[in-house]
Design a protein around this ligand. Structure first.
Ligand SMILES: Cc1cc2nc3c(=O)[nH]c(=O)nc-3n(C[C@H](O)[C@H](O)[C@H](O)COP(=O)(O)OP(=O)(O)OC[C@H]3O[C@@H](n4cnc5c(N)ncnc54)[C@H](O)[C@@H]3O)c2cc1C
Length: 390
């Protein structure tokens, strides 16, 4: 892990994904020094191609001081269009609030660049965490055999979080759905409007968002039935199996997948923390808490997981700065109180939307439509949320 002064380890963040880096940036803005421990040997900035950020996410990025740089990297999307390919009608509506799609690399690199160079330690994989019985300080054990005893620990290590296990959160679950993502470059310019288009047929959904005049981000969500194990590793297997599913989709959709950059293709079995587990889960114990996917991993059906992690970062840093490191326990309780119902609602809407997509019968579809319209009358109301100032 190299030579580091002990007080560098007062605040330790586990995981240098979107949420871990955003949390470090937010803390730095409040003059709280932190160190991020990342298991990879370098920034994980190439996986997942791109990410859609809605108005609520931009508000958080504004607070982190990185929004203006990032705005230059993705065009503002003006409209939503939903196309039902099995006889359903087409719906068009103006986009609610600022919406842009960013390369994940741009987002991760920009957050990283906002931090002092030594604040992320690579090659540090957390193995376990426990509380020292005498001091009640958290003791972090890493797989290289080293251990540290920071004042404060924030677990931002994603959906398979060790810190979440330490907090006794219930295990995450898998949707019966998976997601394929990719980027397609049109050297002579693409023909698409500044719109977020979604094409739905049976239990398959394809989304398409232009990022600039040439580059287009797309995703495909479909039932999970991996016939071909190569799909986890081999981009061509991802491409061919996706095309096979979408054989009766419009030519422009198939062509987009055919020309996608092989390096950008990824396949994910979608994981979530059940909304009802979020209602009662213990998200902090003493001076240990979780944020981002470690707290509330959710399906991508609303495109809100990453933005919810950015909101967490702002709220967490604000509370920690207000109460001070010596009262971190109180700060974490306030943070959890502020975040709980927000992430419960986001996760519930995401869950119903995913279950509607995967529903095997008309009756189930009807049930999820009714639940969504009863509980979430304004389907894009979640983007109006404001996480507040730092
Ligand atoms: C198909 C798909 C599409 C999506 N689309 C959108 C979208 O459009 N908009 C949106 O807002 N969200 C979207 N999301 C969700 C978004 O990608 C996640 O919510 C977000 O990336 C989570 O960030 P995170 O930092 O919490 O976790 P992660 O990105 O998982 O980062 C965790 C980090 O912790 C590290 N780590 C893990 N374990 C350890 C350990 N033991 N020790 C040290 N380090 C560790 C990992 O290497 C990683 O760097 C999508 C998700 C999927 C699957």
């Amino acid at each position: 892990m190299g030579e580091v002064a002990m007080d560098d380890y007062e605040v330790v963040i586990i995981g240098a994904g979107i949420c871990g880096l955003a949390t470090a940036v937010a803390l730095q803005k409040k003059e709280i020094k932190s160190v991020v421990m990342e298991r990879s040997e370098a920034l994980r900035n190439i996986t997942g191609a791109a990410i859609g950020i809605r108005q609520n996410g931009w508000r958080a990025l504004d607070q982190l001081g990185v929004a203006d740089v990032l705005r230059r990297t993705g065009i503002n999307i003006k409209r939503e269009r939903i196309v039902g390919l099995d006889g359903g009608k087409q719906q068009e509506m103006p986009m609610n609030g600022e919406t842009r799609c960013l390369r994940r690399k741009d987002l991760i690199d920009t957050l990283y660049a906002a931090l002092p160079p030594t604040s992320v330690k690579f090659g540090c994989e957390l193995e376990s965490i426990k509380l020292d019985p005498n001091t009640t300080k958290p003791v972090l054990q890493f797989i290289d055999g080293s251990s540290i005893t920071p004042k404060v620990v924030i677990g931002c290590e994603g959906g398979k979080s060790i810190v979440a296990n330490f907090l006794n959160l219930k295990p995450t679950k898998m949707f019966p759905l998976c997601g394929v993502r990719g980027l397609s470059n049109y050297p002579n310019g693409h023909p698409f409007d500044q719109e977020f288009a979604r094409f739905r047929k049976d239990n398959n959904l394809v989304g398409r968002i232009p990022m600039d005049n040439n580059l287009v981000y797309w995703f495909c969500a479909h039932p999970y039935f991996p016939k071909d194990d190569r799909i986890w590793e081999d981009p061509e297997a991802i491409r061919q199996s996706t095309l096979a599913l979408l054989s009766d989709y419009p030519q422009e959709v198939k062509e987009m997948i055919e020309i996608a950059d092989a390096n950008s293709l990824s396949f994910t079995h979608l994981r979530y923390r059940a909304p009802w587990d979020l209602v009662r889960g213990t998200f902090c114990k003493g001076r240990v808490t979780v944020a981002g996917d470690a707290m509330h991993v959710m399906g991508p059906f609303l495109g809100q997981g990453g933005s919810a992690g950015l909101e967490d970062a702002v709220v967490l840093a604000r509370n920690l700065a207000e109460k001070g490191l010596d009262n971190a326990e109180e700060a974490f309780n306030l943070y959890v109180k502020e975040r709980r119902m927000r992430v419960v609602r986001l996760s519930l809407q995401t869950y119903f939307t995913g279950m509607l997509l995967g529903a095997s019968s008309r009756l189930k579809q009807f049930m999820y439509v009714v639940l969504l319209s009863l509980i979430f009358r304004n389907s894009s109301g979640h983007v109006d949320y404001d996480c507040g100032g730092l």
